[in-house]
Write a protein that binds this ligand. Structure first.
Ligand code: PLP
Length: 369
């Protein structure tokens, strides 16, 4: 494996230092919670090794809302990032081909790249409203295609493929004896009722998710893989055991106690997201410099500078951060032009969010022409 650090991680807010940012519009999750606010009791927890697959009651809870799957189909992982690493590193060999949507959350691309796989990128275009084109994916399939990899709701654009497209991709995977990997890390922040969990649709589908984005608890590093295919579960468990045996049982217990009463927290979280989203919509509609594809899920969008706007783009990002202490995710985090950027509307509270948008306008004024 040829590991390379990814710009999105090198330049992440936590690497930069949260203290250097006043308006953090670079985050791709809801606001992180305070431990004391979620009433977790760990007093009776024995700090032993845990179940290697993952705490059974937590796996049951994760499977509970979905048809066709049970706790046995769920493998707990160290975040969705850990899930992606396990899947890619245990399924893919150098000789394999995979099809990946781009832009994408960097690990979806970088781990297959580190393995040395042949990759066909299916680029999403602003002009096509970042819509996923099943025909393009179909045309890219080869005899050695092992995996088709998509993210929905999508990071960084916030777009969501429709249920028909999902079914068409499942069919493609079945017909071509390959797997469909669906990164559903943002599924619990869909604006409308989401399609069925992808892994419930076929044994050829692998779903991954975590509690990092929708619940404000990314620090416990808890995610999961769901597949009905037993041979895959076995393979992924073997990989997990070689990497770290089991999850942290402290993380599992916190996650369990949080999820069992999640409604108590998510109502307030959803309300805040909606408020910031409305502010964002008002700001960007008819914006003189920027345009966007309106997101349909998640907490991020991917606006860009209009073609005719002349701007010193490097200066824009540095003025925005250094002068106005406001941070957004430049396009190169996603192998895209820096004239596009990821803007998160779930993390900051309303006041700081509004200030961040005003600061973007000020930085544009400072760097235009
Ligand atoms: C689409 C997507 N997948 C996976 C991850 C990894 O999330 P985590 O490992 O925190 O669960 C992220 C994080 O930004 C993401 O955006």
């Amino acid at each position: 494996m040829q590991y390379k650090r990814m710009p999105i991680e090198i330049e992440s807010p936590e690497s930069l230092g949260y203290d250097s940012i006043e308006c953090n519009l670079a985050e791709s999750s809801v606001r992180d919670v305070l431990f004391k606010d979620i009433n977790i009791n760990l007093n009776d927890l024995v700090i032993a090794y845990g179940d290697h697959i993952g705490k059974p009651a937590l796996r049951e809870l994760i499977a509970y809302d979905h048809k066709n799957i049970s706790a046995d189909d769920v493998l707990l992982t160290v975040g969705a990032a850990g899930a992606l690493f396990i899947i890619n590193s245990s399924l893919l060999k150098k000789e394999d081909h995979l099809i990946v949507i781009r832009p994408n959350y960097a690990t979806n691309i970088e781990t297959p790249r580190a393995i040395g796989c042949e990759i066909s990128f299916i680029d999403l275009y602003f002009e096509e409203r970042y819509e996923l084109n099943v025909d393009k994916i179909k045309a890219a399939i080869k005899a050695n295609t092992k995996l088709i990899s998509i993210t929905t709701p999508h990071n960084p654009t916030g777009t969501t493929p429709g249920e028909n497209q999902l079914h068409a991709l499942v069919k493609l995977a079945e017909e071509n004896s390959c797997y469909l990997l669906v990164d559903e890390t943002y599924r619990d922040i869909s604006f409308q009722t989401p399609p069925p969990l992808a892994a419930t649709l076929s044994k050829n589908v692998i779903s991954i998710s975590s509690v990092s984005k929708a619940y404000g608890i990314p620090g416990i590093r808890l995610g999961w893989i769901i597949t009905q295919e037993k041979s895959l579960q076995h393979l992924f468990l073997a990989a997990k055991e070689q990497i770290h045996i089991c999850n942290s049982i402290v993380d599992e217990e916190i996650c369990y106690q949080y999820l069992i009463k999640k409604e108590k927290y998510t109502t307030a979280i959803q309300k805040e997201i909606r408020t910031c989203f409305t502010i964002l919509k008002n700001w960007i509609s008819n914006h003189p410099h920027l345009e966007w594809v309106e997101p349909t899920g998640g907490v991020v969008c991917f606006p860009r500078f209009k073609k005719e706007i002349k701007i010193d783009i490097e200066k824009f990002y540095s003025v925005l951060l250094e002068v106005y202490k406001t941070y957004i995710g430049p396009g190169h985090w996603f192998e895209q032009s820096k004239r596009s950027f990821r803007l998160g509307f779930g993390w900051e509270r309303t006041e700081a969010f509004e200030k961040g948008l005003k600061n973007i306008d000020k930085a544009i004024a400072d760097c235009e022409g």
